[in-house]
Ligand binder design. Structure first.
Ligand code: GLC
Length: 473
């Protein structure tokens, strides 16, 4: 092998080593996660704790719910308007309109964003429910809003901060339900926003509806997509930070549990346990929310691709890759511009077994306008695998920790279900298998891993919002 190749290979091996996750890190991560949850349930004033947001969702569906409801879902990448028919037998059907969120909406004003959303809802109703509109019906709607929101009731919540590249600054601190309702009313769209749900809460409810007890109780609803997060049901008595009057009211109503949105994307923002390579630091710096959601930046789809881009750019700077490009200006702009390499491409690199990695060659050429040698592609594949592996191994931490925290495996022969949604867990090759490998390295061990079922809850976030709106009736 020529000397220069050896240099590249040695460096690639070194970089990959930095993305390794040891069993010791996983074990410490699980303990620290449980500790961060517990502190987050006590107070909102501990910046090192998880946000642990009470959602005011106090019942979990049985699968027998029925009705036709509207739901809208503002996620990380798409906005969806959905009408869901819950059939009462664990099944549902849905009609949906999906629109990619335009970049200017992600960083404009809240008026622009909510007006755009209201117009999409209006159009959807005119297309799919014109008869009901003519009859003068009012529609009840659930709103999935996949960002950290402080809720005071099921149908109100103020935005704490944006994540996943959004930066509509005048919206922070405002009630997002009131904003949507205002814009719907202004357009005379006959819709009442009845419930607000995080996508993880929606996923938990939707999986409980469809999967109820098929493979054990659904304990967690989680998302591994553009962002990552999870929700679970907690004993009200343990949510110490709930105001006294709320606790009293819940007690009188006989309510014992409430769903908590953990916002685990912000786990260990202080990086007590989490890895922090020099490339992670660049990813954080280039993000719209530096210093927070540190766990998400090592795990979710938006940042996996960005991490690979930053590493590739760095190896170019070190003179090891893409040597035909003498200056930064000459490099394809997608390699020099943050967030221009997506996880879909990584999925392809991950499993490319074509001769000379020809499929990756084509993708790199089309997507980045970047000609590559076979040797470069092999390195790209190696780095891709290291970054995805780290993501999946870290992903096992919150899942295992929450299962331990609620004692999900207590008792004999217990099986446990986790509902998951999002492009990474659904489409990234081998992701769920890698996650399971890492679960077996946690305190739950191989026995826990064997009893754990991670099921994709397709369309979970929207269906769950509809279920929330129903529970509000
Ligand atoms: C981000 C958001 C969170 C959401 C997650 C998955 O972490 O802060 O609310 O659930 O992405 O979409």
């Amino acid at each position: 092998m020529p000397a220069v190749n050896k240099k590249l290979q040695t460096r690639a091996n070194q970089v990959c080593k930095c993305f390794e996750v040891s069993q010791d890190l996983i074990l410490r991560g699980v303990d620290y996660f449980i500790d961060s949850c517990e502190r987050g349930l006590e107070t909102d004033d501990d910046p090192t704790a998880l946000m642990m947001i009470p959602t005011y969702v106090t019942s979990i569906p049985t699968g027998h719910e029925q009705g036709v409801l509207l739901a809208v879902d503002l996620g990380g990448t798409n906005f969806r308007v959905v009408s869901v028919t819950l059939k009462g037998d664990h099944t549902f059907s849905l009609v949906q309109a999906k629109s990619p969120i335009p970049l200017d909406m992600m960083s404009g004003t809240s008026a622009m964003l909510f007006q755009w959303m209201s117009e999409k809802i209006d159009k959807f109703l005119k297309t799919h429910h014109s008869d009901s509109l003519k009859e003068g019906n009012n529609f009840k709607m659930g709103f999935t809003f996949s960002f950290p929101v402080k809720q005071k009731s099921l149908n109100s919540g103020t935005l704490t901060r944006w994540t996943k590249g959004f930066d509509v600054s005048d919206c922070v601190g405002k009630d997002v339900v009131a904003l949507l309702q205002e814009h719907l009313d202004a357009l005379k769209v006959p819709v009442t926003v009845g419930a607000l749900a995080n996508d993880t809460v929606g996923t938990l409810l939707a999986r409980s509806y469809t999967g109820a007890n098929k493979e054990g109780e659904t304990i967690i609803g989680c998302i591994f997509g553009t962002g990552t997060n999870g929700a679970y049901a907690e004993d009200v008595s343990k949510i110490k930070k709930l105001p006294e009057d709320v606790r009293k009211h819940l007690k009188e109503a006989g309510v014992t549990q409430m769903v908590i949105n953990t916002e685990w994307g912000s786990f260990d923002n202080q990086m007590k346990i989490l890895p922090n390579t020099k490339w992670d630091q660049v990813v954080d710096k280039n993000s719209s929310n530096p210093g927070v959601h540190i766990f998400e930046k090592r795990v979710s789809g938006l940042y996996m691709g960005e991490t690979l881009r930053v590493v590739l750019f760095d190896l170019w700077k070190e003179g090891l890759l893409f040597k035909d490009y003498a200056t930064e200006e000459a490099l394809p702009h997608r390699l020099t511009t943050p967030f221009n390499l997506d996880t879909e491409a990584m999925s392809l690199f991950e499993i490319d077994d074509s001769t000379g990695l020809k499929a990756s060659e084509l993708k790199l050429q089309q997507m980045l306008r970047l000609p590559t040698t076979t040797e470069e592609r092999l390195v790209i594949q190696q780095l891709t695998r290291a970054i995805a592996h780290r993501s999946a191994y870290l992903a096992a931490i919150p899942i295992s920790a929450l299962l331990m925290k609620v004692g999900a495996f207590d008792g004999h022969h217990v099986e446990v279900d986790v509902g998951a949604d999002g492009s990474v867990v659904e489409f990234y090759p081998g992701y769920r298998t890698m996650m399971r490998d890492a679960v077996s390295l946690t305190q739950l061990g191989p026995k826990g891993e064997r009893r754990l079922h991670i099921n994709i809850s397709k369309d979970g976030s929207s269906v769950g919002a509809a279920l929330c709106a129903l529970s509000e009736e």
